[in-house]
Design a protein. Sequence first.
Length: 83
Amino acid sequence: MDGMVFVLVIMFCFVLPIVMAGIWTDHKKKMAQLSTQLDSSEKHRLEQELVGVKKRLEVLEAIVTDKKYQLNEEFAALKLVDK
C-alpha cells in the first residue's frame, strides 16, 4: 500500500506537471501557426485591395490630366471671378 501511495505521489509531483507543460507548449505552437495563417490571408486581402485602389487612382489621374477636365476647371474659375 505504501508503494502505491509513493507511485501516485511521484506521478502527481513530477510526471503530471511535465505532461501538462508539454500539452501547453503544443497548444501555444498550434496557436502561433494559426495566427501566421490568418496573417497571410489578411496580407493577401490587403494586397488585392491595394491593387484595386491603384487601378482607381490611375483612372482618377487620367480624368484630372485630361485636357477637357482642365478646360472645364478654367471655365469654372472664370465664372467665379465674373460673379
